[in-house]
Ligand binder design. Sequence first.
Ligand code: SF4
Ligand code: SF4
Length: 301
Amino acid sequence: MKELVVISGKGGTGKTSIVAAFASLAENAVLADCDVDAADLHLILAPDIKQRNDFIGGKRASVITEKCIGCGKCAQVCNFDAAVFDGPVNDLVRKTYKIDPVACEGCGVCVHFCPADAIEFKDAVNGQWFISDTRFGPMVHAELGIAEENSGKLVSLIRKQAKQIAAQHNKDLIIVDGSPGIGCPVIASITAADLVLVVTEPTVSAQHDLERVIELAGHFKIPTLVCINKYDINRKMAAEIARKIDNRNIAVVGRIPYDTTVTKAQIAGQSIIEYSNNGLSEQIKSLWLAVSERLAGKEVG
Ligand code: SF4
Ligand code: SF4
C-alpha cells in the first residue's frame, strides 16, 4: 500500500481540486482529508458519513465553583493567563476563580497546585472525525471545533484510520489532501509518506512556501514532485520555479494552465475529470500518470 500526500504550502493553489481529480482517476484508493483547519474536499466528494467519532485532542481544566476558596494559586501558576478571578460567589467566598476554556492549554499545573482540590481535569472534545463513503471510495475526514488546536494530532489520527481502512479493504493507495503551512499539521501529514506532490503557483508567496515545504519534505527524506498550477498567469516566474526545482533534482511533473473550469467544477460539486473532458482534464490525467509511475518506483520528469 502506498501513500501519496498532496500539499501546497499556502492555500488557494488548487490543491484540493487536484486531489479530487486524482480521487476520480484512482481505481482503488482511500481518501484522507488532512487539511483539517480548512477542510473542503467534502464539498466536491459529498461524503456519506457512516461513522462519526469525537476527537479528544487533550485535557482541559475547569473550577468546581462550590469548592473554590478563592486563593488565587491557579492564577499564579498558570502560564497561559487562563485562570481569572471572575467566578461566581459560593458558600466560602464572595468571588471564585474560573478558567477560560479557550486560553487553557490543558497542562494540568493548576490541578496539581490547587489546595482545595477544586479543579477538574477532563478530556476536551476538540472536534469530530468521520469515516464516509464517496463515489470514489472510502474517505476519512474531520471537523475541528472553532479556535481549537491540536490539528497535528488529528491529522495523525486521520492518516492512521485511512491506513486501517486501506488494509481492511485491500486498497493499494491512500491519497491525502495535506495540511497547509510548514508547522506541526503538515509535518504530521507527510511523515513516512511514500510520495509528496507539492502544488504551487507562480506567485511570490507561493514560491517562498514551495521552498520551505520542499526543505521540510527533504528533511524527512520523502520523495517529492512538483506541479505548477496556473503556470500561465506568470510564465517567467513559472520558468524560474522550474529552474530552481531542477537544481534540487526534483521533477516538475505538471504545468497546469489557469482555467475557469476548475471553479465551475467546484460549484457543480464535481471533480475536474467528471465535469469536463477538455485540455485541462488531459493535463491532469498526464500529471496523474506521472505521479502513479513515481509511486510505482519509476523515474519521472
Ligand atoms: S487554586 Fe483552587 S481554590 Fe485556589 S482559586 Fe484556584 S480553583 Fe480556587
Ligand atoms: S490546565 Fe494549565 S493552562 Fe489550563 S488553567 Fe490550568 S495551569 Fe492554566
